[in-house]
Design a protein around this ligand. Sequence first.
Ligand code: ADP
Ligand code: MG
Length: 291
Amino acid sequence: MQHESTPDTSPIPRGRSLPPEQTLLSVRGLQKIYRTDAGDIEAVRNLTFDLGKNELTCLVGPSGSGKTTLLKCIAGLLEPTSGTVMLDGKAVTGPPKKMAVVFQEYGRSLYPWLRVDANVELPLRNAGVPKAERRQLVAEALESVGLSHVPKSYPWQLSGGMQQRVAIARAIAYKPEILLMDEPFAAVDAQTRADLEDLVRSIRKQLGVTVLFVTHDIDESVYLAERVIILSSSPTVVQEDLVIDLPEQRDQLETRALPRFTELRHHVYEQIQLAKKGFRPDAAQAQAPVR
Ligand code: ADP
Ligand code: MG
């Protein structure tokens, strides 16, 4: 397939494979076919990638490319048609204990009749964590997301951004090894979104948690991640696994003003445009993406 590409100034590094001792999550040949009355829908065809320990990876791809499907399979909420998901060397067959998920619809994920602290505490209570330890973990989680001052508020008394902080606090309270986030900031304003992005980076650093973050926002993916996995259109394969070689210390103004940031976002944008046009790295006639 032919496509136009503007010349760039420096090579874009591609993804790399990880040795087993550095790998936390391993997805191998994942396929998901939805069986519906109207026929079969092959949402995900063949996904293979590893996530490193303490790595922050963003997953981008056209709408309908199977990002949510993939996350549900990883979270053990949906059974793959074929292929495997391994966490810490063990096959995922149901929701793993050491995994937490934050979805976009925080409004629906928090219980309106429970105060902030009780919302954060609920999964700990369900897991049978003793009361004193629960209190401690809830206090730490609220501190991490900057909400120590509102433990007794109800979710509906808080702004959208604060509600999403509550959802994040609930996810990190039981100290997961891996945090999956599915377009978590799609519904908040730009300033709040920037603050929440920085919060995710600081939490990752503070807790040493592995993060897989789905977003349709290209700038967000480059700003947040050490690595961006670009998905093809459905039926989905990995189109590119890109290392984001920006300095570890990120800053909303400075990082986004770096020439390298612009190059990387340009590259991801181009790849998604290709995906939308139906480019597939697995198609027989397709060439490898330019560069
Ligand atoms: P994304 O999150 O990238 O927008 P999804 O994973 O939501 O994509 O959907 C991928 C494809 O699978 C779409 O074609 C969608 O219509 C289809 N799909 C998702 N969920 C279901 C379902 N429960 N039953 C049938 N098809 C589904
Ligand atoms: Mg989705």
